[in-house]
Write a protein that binds this ligand. Structure first.
Ligand SMILES: Nc1ncnc2c1ncn2[C@@H]1O[C@H](COP(=O)(O)OP(=O)(O)OP(=O)(O)O)[C@@H](O)[C@H]1O
Ligand SMILES: [Mg+2]
Length: 463
């Protein structure tokens, strides 16, 4: 993309309404525009990041054996009356009446709808296990929408639902989700710590929230500092293996890590004092096992091996995809702007032309642009007729992890400058070397992991 042809409405001034850094930077970098309280348009740069996160979520869900589908945003109230949640959900649910006077609602979540789909089509235990998920807009009429996309009213969420014959099978599904979520957040450059949590209106006993530590987080959290040493890394996992998933569950959830809702001071005090931490965190996901709560209420049974109708064991599992855009920025920025982790960056690198209109500089930039594009990389070329300071400020604000700077002086010596956004370190090298370096940073061209990182294989491939 060339900046002269793009739509990147950056703001020079700090918007007064933004209280936290991610909200401020998303507005300043031209990623979002508010339409009403807690409701945003995703402008091109923000949309690109949102799609990258969505893609990672899809890839990791499909890898875990979960099946993508799509349910509507608008739902009929009837199903919610069956589960008893139409009245229980309260004023957070946006209720709508259609022209036939039928009660509708903008879905805050989809347990009822998926249970209805399941009971309509699945009749035998032989069709289990089954996990279906979708990534769709939700609406919750939050009392205090704030912090930009972090607590919106309309927000984008992945929600998945497992259907199993037994509690043991459903707990395996729970563990499988935990593993897939660990992978998902790490690919986004985040550490999200699973913490024992409270189940709220979804119901059930077993639940963990995933929290990204950040001063601006809305949740108070208590943990053993040893949990922050745990990383999933690039280990291979067989998602069908009950033992492997259970072992990872145990590894990541045995050390003390809880939100204020489940915090137990007596247990906390048993951790060596030097490792006790109290901090704040952003909830970026949650997994639940809730047994037969919905299948009992809505008659979702299968014929068991003994021929008798058996209510299925279920769980639901959510990732806050739009909130994650803000959470990543909270975790990765400096005073100049955003610093995107390589796995989610909207463009792989920036190209800054220090002397637009200079025949040699223009030609060198065009050549770089073409070489990078030919390798499947997406550069953002600042080809505006602007002074260098303004171009650098824009690049720093929008946070591409790598920048190639091209000017007549360097070109005389056959070099361009490659700069890391994170460290600020620069090196001079021939243009071909800069391209090679960037290709290396984004991985080995032939590995499938690389193709995923490049974002050239979109989730559509999987569906
Ligand atoms: N208002 C919101 N704006 C943006 N993301 C949200 C919002 N509410 C929930 N999410 C995201 O969706 C994920 C799954 O939804 P869940 O039902 O667990 O939310 P929740 O526990 O009600 O969230 P919270 O406690 O923050 O209100 C959450 O972990 C969070 O990342
Ligand atoms: Mg939650």
């Amino acid at each position: 993309m060339r900046l002269t042809r793009y739509f990147l409405p950056v703001l020079r001034e700090n918007p007064a309404e933004a209280q936290i850094v991610s909200h401020r930077l998303m507005l300043r970098a031209g990623m979002i525009k508010q339409n009403a309280a807690g409701i945003y348009s995703w402008l091109p740069l923000g949309f690109k990041v949102l799609r990258k996160l969505e893609n990672i979520v899809h890839e990791e869900q499909v890898r875990a054996g979960h099946i993508p589908m799509l349910m509507p945003t608008l739902q009929s109230a009837d199903l919610w009356r069956e589960s008893g949640r139409y009245d229980a959900y309260g004023p957070e649910m946006l209720r709508i009446r259609d022209r036939q006077d039928r009660d509708m609602l903008y879905g805050p979540t989809n347990e009822e709808m998926i249970t209805d789909i399941f009971r309509s089509h699945v009749g035998s235990y032989k069709d289990l296990p089954l996990t279906l998920y979708h990534i769709q807009w939700k609406f919750r009429d939050e009392m205090r929408p704030r912090f930009g996309v972090m607590r919106g009213r309309e927000f984008f969420m992945k929600d998945g639902y497992n259907f199993d014959l037994t509690k043991e099978d459903a707990l395996h599904a729970y563990n499988r989700h935990l593993v897939s979520y660990l992978r998902t957040y790490e690919r986004m450059g985040l550490q999200a710590i699973p913490m024992r949590a409270d189940s709220g209106p979804i119901g059930g006993d077993d639940t963990h929230e995933f929290l990204v530590l950040a001063e601006t987080g809305e949740s108070e959290v208590f943990y053993d500092s040893a949990v922050t040493d745990l990383t999933f890394g690039d280990r291979e996992i067989d998602y069908d293996s009950v033992e492997q998933c259970a072992a990872i569950m145990e590894e990541f959830t045995t050390k003390y890590a809880r939100t204020d809702e489940t915090h137990d001071p007596a247990l906390f005090d048993q951790i060596p004092e030097a490792r006790r931490r109290t901090a704040r965190g952003i909830e970026v996901g949650q997994i639940f096992y809730f047994g037969t709560k919905y299948s009992d209420a809505m008659g979702a049974t299968v014929q068991g091996p003994d021929g008798k109708p058996t209510p299925v064991h279920m769980g639901s599992h959510g990732i806050g995809v739009s909130r994650l855009v803000g959470a990543i920025i909270e975790a990765s920025h400096d005073d100049k702007g955003i610093i995107w982790p390589e796995g989610v960056t909207p463009y792989h690198c920036g190209i800054v032309n220090l002397k637009q209109g200079d025949a040699e500089a223009d030609a060198a930039c065009d050549a770089l642009y073409q070489s990078l594009t030919a390798l499947g990389l997406e550069p953002l070329y600042d080809d505006r007729d602007e002074r260098a300071g303004g171009k650098f400020a824009t690049m720093d604000l929008i946070g591409l992890p790598w920048r190639i700077t091209v000017g007549p002086r360097g070109l005389k010596n056959g070099v361009v400058e490659l700069t890391s956004r994170r460290t600020g370190d620069s090196q001079e090298l021939p243009p071909e070397e800069a391209v090679k370096k960037i290709a290396e940073i984004y991985g080995d061209m032939h590995s499938s992991e690389h193709v995923q990182m490049m974002g050239t294989r979109s989730f559509h491939t999987y569906i």
